[in-house]
Write a protein that binds this ligand. Structure first.
Ligand code: BTN
Length: 256
């Protein structure tokens, strides 16, 4: 299965994940991709809203079918594909992953991933939002994590300007940037969705932004130090009292 064909593009739609889901139910093949220039009801994880100004983010949903036991680490392999695609587009950047499946660039959230699956029917919709040219002032003020664009001007990280990513004038970018980004992402999904568990775990650990960082979960009631992932993709946390906790899903906060 290869991602990117057929490819349906909308100027505006409510959510590319919803369009992809309709296509799945209508029998669309694995590899089908839906993109949009704008979403009116973009969805994030945990019931949150995902917004992006028109034409300034890649809004991408892909159908994975058949979904089977080879894809148990899918939530880890998709952010690896996004990292690789981002670095293909801008070779001077280095992306990291934040468990369970955010992509970070210099401590800021570059991309969010919403995977919606029906394993009993053998499919998943992989939804990806990748910030391309959203200016710092265009992100919603109430974001849980500070956000950044791949071709962004410097944003403020805890009051300090980010210096190592040179600003790129969005006006200088080709209008075809979202389609170049979609093509890079499809290529990298081909690679990472089919990768072995071993390859995924090695690459995830190489890109892990959380290891050694103090984190909290359960609405701040529990905390510890992130100690990497186990071979099933669970997050291992070293506890202050000794021993460790294993987190299987949900939200963790890095203490900034
Ligand atoms: C998150 O970080 O909460 C996940 C955000 C996922 C957003 C993408 S944009 C394309 C696709 N369509 C949606 O409605 N959501 C995903």
């Amino acid at each position: 299965m290869r991602f990117g064909a057929p490819h349906r593009h909308y100027r505006v739609t409510d959510s590319t994940n919803d369009r992809a889901r309709e296509l799945v139910e209508a029998g669309a093949p694995g590899g089908t991709v839906v993109t949009a220039r704008e979403q009116t009801e973009g969805r994030g994880r945990q019931g949150r809203v995902w917004t992006a100004p028109e034409g300034k983010a890649l809004l991408y949903s892909a159908i994975l079918r058949p979904l089977d036991e080879r894809h148990l680490l899918l939530p880890l392999s998709v952010p690896l594909a996004v990292c690789a695609a981002a670095e293909e587009l801008r070779p001077n950047v280095r992306c990291q992953v934040k468990w369970p499946n955010d992509v970070w660039l210099e401590e800021h959230k570059l991309s969010g991933i919403l995977i919606e699956a029906k394993p009993q029917d053998g499919w998943a919709v992989i939804g990806i939002g990748l910030n391309l040219t959203i200016a710092p002032g265009e992100f919603p003020a109430d974001l849980r994590h500070p956000a950044v664009s791949l071709y962004g001007t410097a944003t403020e990280a805890r009051g300090k300007p980010r210096r190592s990513l040179p600003a790129v004038a969005p006006e200088g970018l080709p209008p075809s940037l979202p389609s170049a980004a979609a093509a890079a992402l499809s290529r990298q999904l081909d690679r990472w969705v089919e990768a072995s568990d071993e390859e995924v775990l090695v690459e995830w650990r190489r890109r892990d932004a959380m290891r050694g960082r103090e984190i909290s979960w359960d609405e701040g009631k529990s905390s510890g130090v992130a100690d990497g992932i186990d071979d099933r993709g669970n997050l291992v946390v070293a506890l202050a009292a000794g021993g460790s906790a294993v987190l299987g899903s949900g939200e963790v906060q890095i203490r900034l």
